[in-house]
Design a protein. Structure first.
Length: 455
């Protein structure tokens, strides 16, 4: 206890945590994590917690997974880092081959970076410069079509493409403007319609917007199937395929942000596969290293790549890079992660576990404060509302989401909410009984905070 107390005091004296109201943090009794093993994290008091959000959506196969540990150690015996500007190394080459082998068809180049935000920043800059280097009318294409409620990271470019007012509005004077259209979110349909009688009116509007601006748009940017940070909003079936069809028809690039959905999370290697969609640019990060190290990649088609080729003095070069681009340790972890996909039946396992999760979540659907339960693969959100009839939210000051995740710690589970959406995102290495335990613990915490009434 003494050691934990000292660490907490030193943390509070020196550290500024991300997405955290530090005034609350300073009053709190924060967990200090000491180690991880399998699907569990242990704090400095030796208490054991199920990692219910895969350490913020990154961990796939548990902590201290031997193959990944070994791969990093073995790379460490060679070199921890060397620059990728003007040099190469075997782990980055091998990883690029592995990534392209599992990526949607047409993607043939890998541009590395170190986190999801920069992977998206790169996607945006790449699309912009691609059009600047076209002959004729292409140069006029400077706009990006984005969705409300979108989240693509926290750097200024990715915030510009974002649409979550709570996070992004304050920065608006700093951002470039985009053509933002309403997110296709059925629970709170922006057009006040319901499915299936709406006949996907949202897709019709999206198509009309794209056709109307077809000579001005550089690219459409989308989180395929699930808008994660917005609260696990699910895209209605067919929307993504129609977005691909209309962008193709109008000659506009499609950027898919699979930072959250990639690497099996939604049940397929990439979410866009579920609608037979292959983007022009794909951003990946998070799960790529199995949740071990910060590494990201932006994949592009050969056509995009070729637009950057030229004589040196033409300066068609993509002038972008980071000190730690393609860090070899991260690449080694990612190779080991993709090798697990190759060796083991990961996707069927995700599918089996998602069925268990769906079955367990169904038990909660009658609770009077559960507005909607949204799930795709092993990515789920339970939206808590004050009133199921009107879908009215609780006042922010009630901090319902935070209270639920604080409560669930008593059951030995770590969660992190998105507002009043309780997110469940377990590692793929979870057992069926751990999935049951996770959902039942979340249900218990929701009832502990809100009472157990069903309606
Ligand atoms: C869809 C999406 N894009 C981008 C990001 C940003 O990734 P990072 O936190 O690695 O910068 C996230 C993070 O949650 C995300 O969900």
């Amino acid at each position: 206890m003494e050691r934990t107390g000292r660490l907490q005091t030193r943390d509070k004296a020196t550290i500024w945590h991300p997405f955290t109201q530090m005034a609350d943090w300073e009053k709190d009794d924060p967990l200090v994590i000491e180690r991880g093993e399998g699907n569990y994290l242990f704090d400095t008091e030796g208490r054991k917690y199920f990692d219910g959000v895969s350490s913020l959506w990154v961990n796939l196969f548990g902590h201290r997974r031997k193959e990944i540990d070994d791969a990093i150690r073995s790379q460490l015996d060679r070199v921890a880092h060397s620059t990728f500007l003007g040099l190469s190394h075997a782990p980055a080459i091998e990883l690029a081959e592995k990534l392209l082998a599992v990526a949607p068809p047409g993607l043939s180049r890998v541009f590395y970076s170190d986190n999801g935000s920069t992977a998206m920043e790169i996607a945006i800059k790449m699309a912009f410069q691609y059009w600047r280097q076209q002959e004729g009318g292409g140069r006029a294409r400077q706009e990006f079509l984005t969705l409300s409620e979108a989240y693509h990271g926290d750097t200024i470019g990715s915030v510009s493409a974002g649409g979550i007012d709570l996070f992004h509005k304050i920065f608006r004077p700093l951002l470039f403007s985009t053509r933002r259209i309403p997110a296709p979110h059925c629970y709170r349909c922006p057009y006040g319609l319901t499915r299936p009688s709406c006949d996907l009116f949202c897709a019709e509007r999206m198509e009309a917007e794209i056709r109307a601006r077809k000579d001005l748009l550089a690219a459409a940017i989308v989180e395929p199937l699930v808008q994660g940070a917005a609260g696990m909003l699910l895209m209605p079936e067919g929307y993504l395929a129609r977005l691909r069809a209309v962008t193709r028809e109008c000659g506009i690039l499609l950027i898919c942000d699979e930072v959250a959905t990639g690497f099996g999370r939604t049940g397929t290697m990439f979410a866009c596969e579920q609608e037979g969609v292959a983007p022009d640019i794909l951003a990946v990060a998070k799960g790529m290293t199995g949740g071990y190290l910060p590494l990201a990649a932006t994949l592009a088609t050969g056509e995009i790549y070729r637009a950057f080729l030229g004589r040196y003095e033409e300066f068609k070069t993509f002038f972008h890079g980071h000190s730690y681009t393609a860090n070899p340790l991260g690449c080694a972890a990612a190779i080991a992660t993709l090798s697990i996909f190759e060796r083991e039946e990961v996707l069927p396992r995700v599918s089996r576990l998602s069925e268990t999760m769906a079955r367990e979540l169904a038990e909660l659907s009658g609770h009077r404060n559960v507005g909607e339960i949204r799930r795709k693969g092993l990515m789920a959100g339970i939206e808590i509302v004050a009133d199921r009839g009107t879908r009215e939210r609780f006042p922010a000051g009630e901090k319902i989401g935070q209270r639920v995740v604080r409560k669930v710690r008593e059951r030995g589970v770590i969660l992190r909410p998105l507002g009043d959406v309780i997110v469940l995102m377990p590692p793929f290495s979870s057992s069926e009984s751990e999935i049951e335990f996770l959902v039942r613990s979340a249900a218990w915490a929701i009832e502990a905070v809100l009472g157990g009434g069903h309606s």
